[in-house]
Design a protein. Structure first.
Lengths: 420, 172
C-alpha cells in the first residue's frame, strides 16, 4: 500500500517495509534534543543516565531560562554541562551560543529531510518545515530516548493541506496558520502534510512559523516538502546528502484541506485557545494593550526583526504600552544588531532582550501581570500562559503586534504605513 | 487493568498551562501539585482524594509537554478519561503510568461525583451511580504494558539505565 510522507519516515526508522494507520511501531530516533528544563525540574529531578545509546545523535540546548533567572535554573545548567561532558555529547548550545531550541536546530542544520527528530518542547513540529518528522514528547520520554535511542508511535492518519496562491503583502505565515485553524479547526491525532504550489511562494520564515504553530491545532507530525528553498538552506550549513520524503502516489489521506493564500486577511486569536477562537484583526480594533510581545520559536526569527523594525522606524510605542522583542537565538540577535533592526526597535521605545523562551511561557523577561492585556506574536494565548491567570493574551502576526504597539490598541496592520 | 472511583469533570481544551502553571515550576512536587487548576478551579486540589478519576472534554492536556501528569499522580489521581487527548499528554500519562482512556461520549455518561468503573483492556466504562455504560476503544496492549510495568522511570531503573536517585543539585 502506498505510504504518506510521514509513514515513510516512521517505516524507515522502525526498519519496516511499510507501516499503516493504527500500527504501533518502535523507532530509532535520528536526533534527540534535550533542554534546560530537563535538568532543573523540581517535579521530576534529573537522573544522569548510566548509559547513553547514541551520544552523537544528541543535542542539548539551554533555552527556556537563559541566562539563568534563578539559582534552580543555574543548577540545571550546570547539570546539563556535566551530562554533556560525561558522554561527549557533540552539541551543547550553552549560554552565548544558545537560542530557542527550534531556531538552534534549524540554524545548525540538525533538522534534516526524512529524519525523525524528538525534543521535549511541544513545538518541535517546527522542524517539519525542513521535511523532518519531528514532535514533542515528555521529559521522561526524552530520558528514555537518551538511554535507549528508541521510542514508540501509534501511526496516525494524515491530512493533506493544499496551499494555493500567494499571501498578500501585509500577511504572514502566522495569519495563514490562524486562517487555517479558523477554517478547519482541530487536527487532533492527525499528521498534517502540506502540499501545493502555494508553498513555493512562502519564505522559510513563514513555513517555520506555520509548522511551529501546528502544535496549536494539536497535530502529530507536520511535514512540508523539501523543495529547493529547504535544500539551499541546508547546503549553506554543510548538509548535503539528504533523503527527503514525499507522499507516494495513491497514498491514503483521512482528509484534504485547501487554503487559498490570497484570501488570508490579518487574523487574531482571542484569549484562551486557538481553535474556534480566531477573528479578523479589524474586529478587535480599539482593544487597549499593556504589553506587546514579539518572539518565541514562532516569531523570533530575523525576518520578524526586519518586519518589526520597518513598522517601528521613526515611530514610537504608545505611552502606557510596552513592547518586548526577543530574538530566537544569539545568531538572530547578532544579525539583527548588524542590520540596524535592534536600534530601530529601541529608538521606538521597545525592549530587545537576549534570546530565551522566557515571556512566551510566562517564565521571565516579560511576565504579564494581573488583569493586564497582552498582544503577542508568540505561540500560545492560553489562560495563565504568559503570567497571571487573570491576564488576557491575544495572538497575532509580527506586523499586527508592531503596528498595535504604536497605536496602544489592537489595529489591523494596514492602518499603519509600512506594515502593509 | 481496571479502576473504580468517583469523578471530577472538566470541559474542552484544558491546557497543561492550567494543569501545571509556571508559578509551580520552582516549588517542590508536593507544593507544585497544590497549584493544579488553580487558575480555572481554585481550591480543587484540596478536594481530591486518592484514586479520583478526571473526566475531561476534547483535547484534554493540550499544549506544553510539561510534567503535568507527575503532579496529578502526586495528588493521587487514579485515572484520566477524556473525549479526546492531546497525544503528547496521553504519551505522558502512559510514561508516568497513569491509566488513561480516550472515550468519545464520556462527558455524556458522567456527572461530576458519579462513581465509575473503567476496564482499560476492554474499554468498558460503567457509571455505578447511574447504572449506565459506554464502550470506548481499549488502550492498545503495548501501551497498557508500559503502564502496568510502572512507566518509563521504573523501566529504565529496572534495566539499570538510570540510577535510583536523582543527580546532584536537582535532588529534592
Amino acid at each position: 500500500m502506498p505510504m504518506t510522507a510521514t509513514q515513510q519516515v516512521l517505516a524507515r526508522a522502525a526498519q519496516r517495509e511499510s507501516v499503516a494507520v493504527g500500527d504501533i511501531v518502535v523507532c530509532d530516533v535520528d536526533r534527540a534534543v534535550l533542554l534546560d528544563m530537563q535538568f532543573n525540574s523540581t517535579a521530576v529531578p534529573w537522573r544522569q543516565p548510566n548509559h547513553v545509546e547514541h551520544p552523537q545523535r544528541l543535542a542539548v540546548v539551554l533555552d527556556h531560562g537563559a541566562p539563568a533567572p534563578s539559582l534552580r535554573d543555574a543548577a540545571g545548567h550546570r547539570l546539563a554541562r556535566e551530562f554533556c561532558a560525561a558522554f561527549d555529547v557533540p552539541h551543547l548550545f550553552d549560554i552565548g551560543r544558545h537560542g530557542i531550541c527550534h531556531e538552534v536546530i534549524a540554524e545548525n542544520g540538525l533538522a534534516r529531510p526524512g529524519e525523525l527528530l524528538l525534543c521535549s518542547d511541544s513545538h518541535t513540529c517546527a522542524a517539519g518545515a525542513f521535511n523532518t518528522a519531528a514532535r514533542g514528547v515528555g521529559g521522561i520520554e526524552m530520558l528514555q530516548v537518551t538511554c535507549t535511542g528508541k521510542t514508540w508511535f501509534v501511526v496516525a492518519p494524515s491530512i493533506e493541506v493544499e496551499l494555493t496562491g500567494k499571501l498578500l503583502p501585509y500577511c504572514e505565515g502566522k495569519d495563514l496558520f490562524l486562517a487555517l485553524a479558523r477554517a478547519r479547526g482541530s487536527a487532533e491525532n492527525m499528521n498534517l502534510e502540506f502540499t501545493g504550489e502555494g508553498i513555493g511562494s512562502l519564505s522559510l520564515h513563514d513555513r517555520r512559523t506555520i509548522a511551529t504553530q501546528c502544535a496549536e491545532v494539536h497535530a502529530e507530525f507536520v511535514l512540508f516538502p523539501a523543495d529547493e528553498v529547504v535544500l539551499a538552506y541546508l547546503a549553506d550549513r554543510g548538509v548535503h546528502d539528504v533523503q527527503p520524503v514525499e507522499s507516494e502516489s495513491g497514498a491514503e489521506y483521512a482528509a484534504r484541506w485547501t487554503l487559498d493564500l490570497e484570501r488570508v486577511e490579518p487574523q487574531v486569536a482571542v484569549p484562551g485557545k486557538i481553535v474556534g477562537n480566531v477573528t479578523d484583526a479589524a474586529t478587535l480594533a480599539g482593544t487597549r494593550l499593556d504589553q506587546c510581545f514579539i518572539g518565541s520559536c514562532a516569531n523570533g526569527q530575523l525576518e520578524d526583526f526586519a518586519l518589526a523594525a520597518r513598522v517601528l522606524a521613526d515611530r514610537h510605542v504608545a505611552s502606557g504600552t510596552r513592547l518586548i522583542v526577543t530574538p530566537a537565538s544569539q545568531g538572530v540577535y547578532l544579525e539583527a544588531v548588524r542590520a540596524g533592526y535592534v536600534s530601530a526597535i529601541v529608538e521606538a521605545g521597545g525592549i530587545v532582550t537576549s534570546s530565551t523562551c522566557g515571556a512566551c511561557f510566562g517564565y521571565h523577561m516579560g511576565v504579564v501581570g494581573d488583569g493586564e492585556v497582552c498582544l503577542t506574536a508568540s505561540t500560545r494565548n492560553f489562560q495563565g500562559r504568559m503570567g497571571a491567570a487573570s491576564a488576557d493574551v491575544y495572538l497575532a502576526s509580527t506586523r499586527t503586534v508592531a503596528a498595535s504597539a504604536i497605536a496602544g490598541t489592537i489595529v489591523d496592520p494596514r492602518e499603519v504605513a509600512d506594515a502593509a | 487493568m481496571q479502576h473504580e472511583a468517583r469523578t471530577w469533570t472538566f470541559g474542552d481544551d484544558i491546557s497543561t498551562d492550567l494543569l501545571y502553571p509556571q508559578t509551580a515550576y520552582a516549588l517542590p512536587l508536593a507544593e507544585a501539585a497544590k497549584l493544579v487548576f488553580s487558575a480555572n478551579r481554585p481550591g480543587w486540589s484540596d478536594l481530591v482524594e486518592p484514586g479520583d478519576i478526571i473526566v475531561g472534554g476534547r483535547n484534554f492536556g493540550m499544549g506544553s509537554s510539561r510534567a503535568a501528569v507527575a503532579l496529578l499522580r502526586r495528588l493521587g489521581i487514579g485515572a484520566c478519561l477524556a473525549e479526546s487527548f492531546s497525544t503528547l499528554y496521553l504519551r505522558n500519562c502512559v510514561n508516568y503510568a497513569l491509566p488513561a482512556l480516550a472515550a468519545p461520549g464520556v462527558l455524556g455518561l458522567v456527572e461530576e461525583g458519579d462513581r465509575i468503573h473503567v476496564d482499560f483492556s476492554t474499554g468498558a466504562i460503567e457509571n455505578r451511580s447511574q447504572g449506565t455504560r459506554l464502550m470506548a476503544p481499549p488502550l492498545p496492549p503495548a501501551l497498557l504494558t508500559i503502564i502496568e510495568q510502572g512507566g518509563v522511570i521504573a523501566s529504565l531503573e529496572a534495566r539499570g539505565l538510570i540510577p535510583a536517585a536523582p543527580t546532584g543539585a536537582s535532588a529534592p
